[in-house]
Design a protein around this ligand. Structure first.
Ligand code: HEM
Length: 139
């Protein structure tokens, strides 16, 4: 007997349909991972005293907040379509942390801003991994 093989070691043969807008959630989670990575680069230029780095860091902060709002909308649709709660909870927690991150950055609270930025980056990487590996159970 052959063993079905799917993404992340999960079987793709015996799974139910993906909830609506799950593709949008994968796209936003991936976009967020790239945007956060770029935020690290802009932080580096900002710390090097480059004005373009500060401008990019500020603009990317807004891009990240908007992407999180889109991710939350997609996660609500996914939840209503029978998907897991985790994507919505993660999106809401990330939004709260990112708003705090913006306030800390604007107030020059580097001692808290840098570690929180690293923590948010790790959480976004996990979100993207989960979005690409989650599969619905057989219905
Ligand atoms: C979700 C990720 C992040 C967001 C949303 C964010 C947002 C911001 C914002 C809005 C500012 C104020 C910019 C200005 O006043 O022009 C700022 C400043 C700053 N950020 Fe970030 N940031 C993030 C991640 C990071 C990371 C990972 C680092 C470093 C590794 C970093 C380093 C800095 C530094 C050094 C400043 C300057 C603070 C000052 O002027 O005293 N940020 N950030």
């Amino acid at each position: 007997m052959s063993t079905p093989i799917g993404v992340g070691g999960l079987s793709t043969r015996h799974m139910g349909p993906m909830p609506r807008l799950f593709g949008l959630m994968k796209a936003t989670a991936t976009f967020l991972a790239v945007a956060i990575l770029l935020q690290g680069f802009s932080a580096g230029r900002l710390l090097a005293g480059e004005e373009d780095g500060r401008k990019a860091h500020e603009a990317l902060a807004l891009v990240i907040v908007v992407a999180l709002l889109v991710q939350i909308v997609a996660a609500i649709v996914v939840l209503r379509g029978g998907g897991p709660k985790g994507f919505l909870v993660t999106g809401l927690v990330l939004l709260a942390l990112t708003v705090a991150q913006v306030a800390l950055g604007q107030n020059g609270e580097i001692a808290a801003h840098v570690p929180l930025g690293v923590a948010v980056s790790c959480a976004v990487a996990i979100l993207a991994y989960k979005a690409w590996t989650w599969r619905p159970a057989q219905r």
